[in-house]
Design a protein around this ligand. Structure first.
Ligand code: CO8
Length: 259
């Protein structure tokens, strides 16, 4: 498969997918999301693929979020559509996959990047990784399932703290609160993910699929996702959103007016 923004290859029944926009810290633009949707579908229908390891190119970032430059002039409807399409085709598609996805978090996992990692069934982080949901610094909230999946993984109190402060946490803090399954030196990241996947590969594929489906069903609250999409769309109508993204692009501190 030839992609513009992804590198993908199958080795020993594992599909390796690397998001490859290193200069933009692997930020998720529309094209990358479309390619991710395609590769997820490929994984689903290709019998040879028993599981997927997802990572980011380079040593600095897994994914630093949705591409802020692309959605800076969106209105509420466009924001809602983008969140809905992304959730359906990428984030929910990963979570609902019958084959396990492991996120190998090799650096910053922020905003949509952390949401992508949280949609995966497991997360291994390198010891230099930083994780966070900084959307409120842009006058937004997470729109790719982050308010739901972070709450499911770490509980309400910690989720609200992370989302409202927008503070990043280290890999070891993330491990302590259950946000990642393990932390290893960056050089060992992929081999750690492979170690887990190689064990799963020895188990019964249909049972793996049934197990994933059952565990995912235990934490699903589809109404919460709908609320998030609507609230996310509304953020695009605010002056604070315009100020937040303009400040990011102009590399200055945002001055929010609360409207
Ligand atoms: N989008 C676009 N470009 C980005 C992004 C991003 N999310 N993150 C980094 N970049 C670009 C920078 O603009 C910069 O480009 P250039 O060299 O052309 O100026 C390049 O990557 C390198 O970044 P920095 O120079 O900023 O690197 P630093 O080491 O100084 O800082 C940080 C690294 C801390 C990761 C910093 O880049 C940063 O804060 N990035 C933004 C993080 C962020 O706010 N992410 C959340 C985005 S919002 C989101 O994900 C919403 C999800 C839901 C969306 C639903 C549909 C829209």
């Amino acid at each position: 498969m030839a992609y513009q923004n992804l590198i993908s290859e199958i080795k020993e029944n594992i599909l390796y997918v690397t998001i490859n926009r290193e200069k933009a810290l692997n930020a998720l633009n529309k094209d990358t999301l479309a390619e991710l949707a395609d590769v997820i579908e490929f994984a689903k229908k290709t019998e040879q693929v028993r599981g997927v390891i997802l990572t980011g190119a380079g040593e600095k970032a897994f994914v630093a979020g949705a591409d802020i430059k692309e959605f800076s002039d969106y209105n509420g409807k466009q924001g809602e559509d983008l969140a809905k399409r992304g959730q359906d085709q990428v984030f929910n598609a990963i979570e609902n996959s019958s084959k396990p996805f492991i996120a190998a978090i090799n650096g910053f996992a922020l905003g949509g990047g952390l949401e992508l990692a949280m949609a995966c069934h497991m997360r291994i982080a390198s010891d230099n990784a930083k994780l966070g949901l900084p959307e409120v610094t842009l006058g937004l909230i997470p729109g790719y399932g982050g308010t739901q999946r972070l709450t499911q993984l770490v509980g309400k109190g910690k989720a609200i703290e992370m989302i409202t402060t927008a503070n990043m946490i280290t890999a070891s803090e993330a491990e302590k609160i259950g946000l990642v399954n393990g932390v290893v030196p960056q050089a060992d990241l992929i081999s750690k993910a492979e170690e887990i996947m190689n064990v799963i590969k020895q188990r019964a594929p249909l049972a793996i699929s049934a197990a994933i489906k059952s565990v995912v069903a235990a934490v699903k609250n589809s109404d919460g996702y709908t609320v998030e999409i609507e609230e996310f769309g509304k953020c695009f109508e605010t002056a604070d959103f315009k100020e937040g993204v303009t400040a990011f692009i102009e590399k200055r501190k945002a001055n929010f007016a609360g409207k």
